[in-house]
Design a protein around this ligand. Structure first.
Ligand SMILES: *[C@@H]1O[C@H](CO)[C@@H](O)[C@H](O)[C@H]1NC(C)=O
Ligand SMILES: *[C@@H]1O[C@H](CO)[C@@H](O)[C@H](O)[C@H]1NC(C)=O
Length: 395
């Protein structure tokens, strides 16, 4: 071990240095390590500023305020329409600042299922609400790391296996299919191929009835965002199961007040209702922002600091499809993706007539990430230490 450094050749030293910087996720040589596949162009600012810009989250301070207010809030409930509905309201607690009036921070109205304990009593809901929100908020503030990727089997696969009465195994699923909602699926005949995967993930409760030949019928996990669950709370028993009540749901939390919906629905759901780990959310957010900044700089030749002139920084977000692919990479040995991408002649969604894309997503940037996940996953910032399994996109 005492070998002198001088006896090592310079290239070897350089190599070791590079290796160390990758291992420690250092940002010493970002432009060299992360951007080798893109044309060199002096007008493009692809370097450390890009990484630091991608870490910037302007919506974070208002999120912290929301969380603080919600954790202090009181919960009231009252019945309406002859006891047919029960309304729950979270009220902002008394403030030391007298000019701040109490206001409702969240409100949901649930149909009462007579003769059952649904919806639960507010004295049951409030402590569960506070506990789950506080736990989530703590994790939200955790340090950014790709290591959460290797915890996903534990966080997602394990509860599903326990629910299915299977022996707990930390082995990833052998094959997974992520079924996106793009209109390119129509006429694809991919249904049987999709069904042949061990684990099939579907997005945002997209319908399969009537489309089985193209999209398959098997669903192992329904991946949704919490806006969808919020709509489901209007139904008796929080019915949110187009694929059957035994299909587990993994949900991304869009807003912290949706923990109210979560706690109510969790009490009535048979299958697990899982919330994506905020460390995982943050990882997805940083990666997509980095690629969006990079694409902006690359396609316009402008400084990435001007990215916010074409994107609303406070609403910019990765798509559910992106997070579902990332999730699959964490819990599967091989991942196939269907229904991602768009062509002019195809509908936006196979199951709806929605025309426009939501401009809070940057799908083009996400396609760039998929390319790198397939060809050079090690070059993806924040993910450098993760061993991505093989990923294939079907068109
Ligand atoms: C959600 O439901 C599951 C299963 O019933 C339970 O184990 C878990 O503690 C619940 N979580 C909350 C926050 O209520
Ligand atoms: C856009 O971002 C830059 C640099 O991050 C910042 O200085 C500027 O104030 C932002 N502009 C808007 C309109 O938010």
């Amino acid at each position: 071990m005492k070998r002198s450094l001088r006896s090592l050749s310079l290239p070897l030293l350089l190599f070791l240095f590079l290796l160390a910087s990758v291992a420690f996720r250092s940002v010493i040589f970002p432009s060299f390590l992360f951007c080798q596949s893109y044309p060199q162009n002096r007008n493009i600012y692809i370097d450390a500023p890009l990484l630091s810009l991608s870490l910037h989250e302007p919506a974070d301070s208002s999120l912290q305020t929301d969380i603080f207010d919600l954790l202090q809030a009181s919960l009231e409930s009252f019945d309406t329409i002859g006891g047919k509905y029960r309304t729950f309201s979270l009220w902002r607690g008394i403030s030391s600042d007298e000019s701040v009036r109490p206001r409702s921070l969240a409100r949901i109205r649930l149909p009462v299922r007579t003769g059952t304990r649904y919806p639960p009593d507010r004295r049951v809901i409030l402590p569960l609400f506070r506990h789950s929100l506080a736990t989530w908020a703590r994790s939200h503030n955790a340090e950014l790391s790709f290591s959460v990727m290797s915890e996903l089997t534990q966080l997602v696969k394990r509860p599903i296996e326990i629910f299915n009465g299977l022996k707990d195994s930390s082995e990833p699923y052998s094959t997974c299919a992520v079924v996106g909602n793009s209109g390119i699926l129509l006429g694809s005949n991919h249904g049987e191929l999709i069904n042949s995967h061990e684990f099939v993930i579907r997005l945002n409760n997209a319908r399969v009835t009537g489309y089985v030949r193209d999209v398959g019928s098997k669903t192992s996990l329904s991946f949704v965002n919490s806006n969808i669950l919020h709509l489901c709370t209007r139904r008796v028993g929080c019915q949110c199961h187009p694929y059957g009540e035994n299909v587990p749901i993994a949900m991304y939390m869009c807003q912290p007040r949706h923990f109210l919906d979560y706690v109510v629905c969790n009490s009535s759901h048979k299958a697990p209702l899982l919330i994506t780990d905020p460390r995982f959310d943050n990882l997805c957010a940083r990666i997509t922002k980095y690629y969006s900044l990079k694409r902006f700089a690359y396609s316009t030749g402008l400084s990435p600091t001007r990215w916010n002139e074409t994107h609303d920084e406070t609403t910019f977000h990765y798509s559910s499809g992106f997070q579902a692919v990332m999730l699959a990479l964490g819990i599967c040995k091989r991942v196939s993706s269907f229904g991602f991408g768009k062509i002019k002649s195809a509908k936006h969604h196979y199951h709806s007539n929605q025309k426009a894309e939501l401009d809070l997503h940057d799908y083009e940037a996400e396609y760039m990430i998929y390319q790198d996940l397939i060809k050079q996953p090690k070059t993806i910032p924040f993910l450098a230490g993760f061993r991505a399994p093989p990923l294939v996109f079907y068109h």
